[in-house]
Design a protein around this ligand. Sequence first.
Ligand SMILES: Nc1ncnc2c1ncn2[C@@H]1O[C@H](COP(=O)(O)OP(=O)(O)OP(=O)(O)O)[C@@H](O)[C@H]1O
Ligand SMILES: [Mg+2]
Length: 462
Amino acid sequence: MLRAHGLTRYYGGVTALSEVDISLAPGEVHAVVGENGAGKSTLVKILSGVLRPDAGSVSSSGRGVALVAQELTVFPDLTVAENLFPLDPPRRGPLVSRRRMALLAAPVLAELGLDVPLGVRAGSLSLADQQLLEIGRALLREPSVLILDEPTSALPADAVERLMGVLRRLVARGVAVLYVSHFLEEVLRIASRVTVLRDGRAVLAGVDAESVDLDAVVTAMLGDRVVAPPIRRQFSHEGPPALVVGDLFSVAPGEIVGLAGLQGAGHLEVLAALSGRARRPGTPRSPRAAVRAGVAFVPSDRKRYGLMLDQPVWRNTSAAAWLGAGRGGWWQHRRAHVSSARGLINRLRIRGGPYDLVSTLSGGNQQKVVFAKWLEADPRVLVLDDPTRGVDVGARAEMHAVIDSLAAAGKPVVLASTDLAELCELCDRVLVFQRGRVVARLTRSELSEQALSVAMNAGFAR
Ligand SMILES: Nc1ncnc2c1ncn2[C@@H]1O[C@H](COP(=O)(O)OP(=O)(O)OP(=O)(O)O)[C@@H](O)[C@H]1O
Ligand SMILES: [Mg+2]
């Protein structure tokens, strides 16, 4: 369906992609994995015609290539229906037909489990629903080649399962699927072939998925870089709590408390209140007040809350520090900020320099910058919402080690994540929400993905 040869792409002095060959056969899922900045998005943009290669060629025999891009391209001010048919809305005569739109969209949205009115503004949807909307738009084009660039980074487990079902049905109909993901188990489960990119090169090129296991893939991705081992912390509930959240719960110094729930369960409202984005008595009155009070907030929607895209990395990493400390201005400390930006870049393996504009970093590296800015600010409280969204396995372990060490230094941490494995790895305790209330509490020894999933769905721990 699609064959590419010798694809090479430069950005200034950076070689984002170097002589990559890849092919897609009908009825297969081809997984593409690699570290943040390895060149995955660059590759899929070239394959889908969004970007031109500096060398190499792409030929396709299919009817159409649809791309679900890593960075959402949903138009927030248009309705769900308008987003689903952005170019050629179904018409009756010269008029756009809402009825035909609804007729065409209903089965696709049902298959994805996206249950929202077609007339609402897309910008009012949750990040997960926007991601599903993006996928729905691609499916409605009935492509013969479907390319997905981290389609599940904001999706809860049940939505991921539904998407897998959709992909299996597409593949059975002969559609070719290229799937980019950092959830290696997930992608290896569904893929028939695997390509691993490292520093822009294909170090494994379309090998049979049966012939490689998870370890082999991780080794190919990271080379000889080591993955940070988890840290074991000690903390005590004796003495005053470090953080009290109304009458819902409190957090001991050095404790990591996880919040879990299905969409709309209310756990994310707690994060919004703690970070000053929802006005609740006893919580910061604004995001700025929250920063001044020493609350670090790492959002999942980095584009909206986390970054100044048109600014260099060092301005972003220092932003929280000077806002919070309220001393002078960034210009007085420029050299110090640039040098600590370098330190953070090394520590989190951010691919880019202090003077690079954040908009030129890969998705996962942008997420690392959001996280990095809080390390420099030395916050009192950490509030994290999917902090490792779109981050590769190596950097994910590194970020987990950092979160652990901040807790070990006595800071209270509140963590929500769509990635249940992440909650199990990091948390001392997880509170499960339903309808705005805590319905189950799981301690470290009771924690497993299975137990969490049961509690989130059933509303109690078994
Ligand atoms: N517009 C741009 N300008 C300059 N450099 C860029 C631009 N887009 C990408 N790059 C660089 O090209 C390299 C590859 O980026 P790419 O987005 O393809 O990585 P990726 O594998 O998709 O990473 P991630 O897992 O973080 O999404 C990175 O080093 C990135 O900084
Ligand atoms: Mg990418």
